[in-house]
Ligand binder design. Structure first.
Ligand code: HEC
Ligand code: HEC
Ligand code: HEC
Ligand code: HEC
Ligand code: HEC
Length: 355
């Protein structure tokens, strides 16, 4: 009897920190699985995200310490997370280890119970049982593979995201990335915009697991940013209204660009970006101590951009709002200047106005 209990205890300790691989969900949740596989969460490792890999290849924690701290958010289900994030022990990301290539895995995300707030970064608090998953059900269920457990009524659905997305500080205690939390009065949460409810063939409604973002499914987010046109003295203005609870283009590598042409004649484009650095000059994130320039469009802001132009009574104004994933000025330093996928300008929203 004692031996059995002891064995159970050892078994529990051995499995408690383990996460079922993504492939284990495929058979019973095939549509969600396919969507998820196309998402950036499934591609968050250095093996599937060339931008992440490029930044990691230059990072002092790689060059000097071989300590892949990024794993806390980019591959949090790693079977050897502790060793992987510790310095100079010979453990580095391994392409043959599926827990290193799975990215932000299904089982990891569905075990997030709550978050604990931290100065450097937040942390996710997980369900103790590796086969108990939170869903949006308000009753517990048992399935042949796992149980479904009920989330605390006080937790907001955005908590599931803010363990990783809230902020990240470097060694100078400077915040390199920040995502502001929706206010409690907001009717929209991270989940409602980035995982909208979908009608599926099976007639079930379920949350979209492609995680609409800048890398993929950007058109699904277009409705949350409005473009407007106003005629003013000596020209016109374009108004960009951000109806989201966070700044547009959250990552410091991005550049958002407004391209306007009148009767097919292109005017000078306008960039919205956040440059981080020190002594007034841009630096890589690990050396940054200050915001050098910040022209990104903030949460709930309406940005008015004025153009001096002699419009005719029949002028047609074409407006394009789009992105570069990586600031074109940083491409070379990161060795990404050959990648068409990274280099290309991505159209987020287009609209034409006629006088
Ligand atoms: C053997 C089949 C099977 C496998 C494998 C499986 N599930 Fe499920 N899952 C189910 C069933 C059945 C339900 C319950 C559907 C219902 O009654 O609403 C469910 C429900 C869920 C729910 C909750 C839905 C809700 O009501 O909110 C989540 C979350 C979930 N599964 C996640 C996963 C994850 C993550 C994996 C892979 C690690 C996985 N499942 C693997 C069968 C399975
Ligand atoms: C606190 C969690 C956290 C940690 C730790 C973390 N990241 Fe990230 N990272 C994120 C999140 C969240 C995003 C998505 C942000 C966005 O798209 O605006 C991201 C996105 C990125 C991107 C942009 C990827 C793309 O395809 O556009 C790069 C590059 C990146 N991280 C590099 C790193 C590196 C290198 C490390 C380790 C030195 C690291 N991150 C550690 C949370 C983290
Ligand atoms: C375990 C950490 C983690 C959690 C939890 C998490 N994310 Fe992410 N998320 C990331 C990282 C890391 C990236 C960047 C991956 C990359 O590009 O390498 C990312 C990228 C994204 C992107 C950008 C996608 C794109 O196409 O550019 C969106 C949108 C996003 N997450 C939304 C969410 C939402 C919504 C939630 C909550 C339901 C959530 N995330 C929970 C770590 C996390
Ligand atoms: C970044 C976090 C994240 C990842 C990764 C993720 N999910 Fe979800 N999933 C959610 C959220 C958020 C919901 C909405 C319900 C809730 O609030 O928990 C959800 C809902 C579900 C549901 C309930 C039905 C529905 O669609 O509303 C199932 C089943 C499910 N996920 C399975 C999976 C499977 C299988 C995978 C991997 C193939 C996966 N999830 C990956 C966050 C995630
Ligand atoms: C009202 C809808 C809405 C809500 C709510 C919302 N977002 Fe977004 N999000 C957007 C839109 C639109 C974009 C694309 C434009 C941009 O770059 O911000 C976006 C972009 C993103 C990106 C990609 C940014 C980049 O530079 O790669 C991430 C990551 C993200 N959101 C995470 C979150 C998280 C986490 C929450 C909850 C705290 C959240 N969003 C809440 C609409 C929303």
């Amino acid at each position: 009897m004692r031996i059995v209990i002891l064995l159970c205890a050892i078994f529990y300790i051995a499995t408690a920190s383990e996460f079922a691989p993504n492939s284990a969900c495929k058979e019973c949740h095939p549509l969600i699985y396919d969507e998820y596989m196309s998402s950036q969460h499934s591609k968050a490792s250095i093996f599937k995200d060339e931008i992440h890999a490029a930044v990691w290849s230059k990072h002092p924690k790689n060059i000097k310490l071989k300590a892949y701290g990024c794993a806390h958010c980019h591959t949090p289900a790693a079977s050897n997370l502790k060793e992987l994030t510790a310095p100079n022990n010979g453990v580095v990301p391994d392409v043959n280890n599926t827990t290193h290539t799975d990215g932000i895995s299904c089982a990891y995300c569905h075990r997030i119970k709550s978050i604990s707030l931290g100065a450097k970064r937040n942390k996710n608090i997980l369900s103790a049982d590796p086969k108990s998953f939170f869903g949006d059900s308000n009753i517990s269920k048992t399935t042949p593979f796992h149980t479904v457990i009920v989330r605390d009524v006080n937790s907001s659905s955005s908590d599931i995201c803010m363990g990783c997305h809230s902020h990240k500080k470097n060694k100078f205690k400077f915040n390199v990335c920040i995502t502001t939390m929706p206010k409690s009065s907001d009717t929209k949460s991270c989940v409602s915009c980035h995982m909208p409810k979908q009608s599926r063939e099976s007639n079930q409604t379920a949350r979209f697991h492609g995680f609409a973002g800048i890398n993929s499914y950007a058109p699904m987010l277009e409705e949350h940013v409005e473009l407007g046109f106003e005629k003013i003295k000596d020209g016109f203005s374009i108004v960009i209204t951000n109806k989201t609870p966070h700044a547009l283009s959250l990552h410091p590598l991005r550049v958002m660009q407004l391209r306007v042409s009148v009767d097919n004649k292109a005017l000078k484009s306008v960039n919205f970006l956040k440059l981080i650095g020190s002594d007034g000059k841009p630096t890589p994130p690990w050396l940054a101590k200050e915001v050098v320039l910040n022209s990104v469009i903030q949460a709930d802001e309406s940005r008015v951009v004025e153009f001096t132009y002699d419009l005719s009574s029949k002028s047609k104004i074409d407006v394009v709002l789009g992105y570069y994933l990586v600031n074109p000025k940083a491409l070379k330093g990161l060795g990404l200047e050959q990648s068409e996928n990274v280099k290309r300008f991505r159209i987020f929203k287009e609209q034409s106005f006629k006088l």
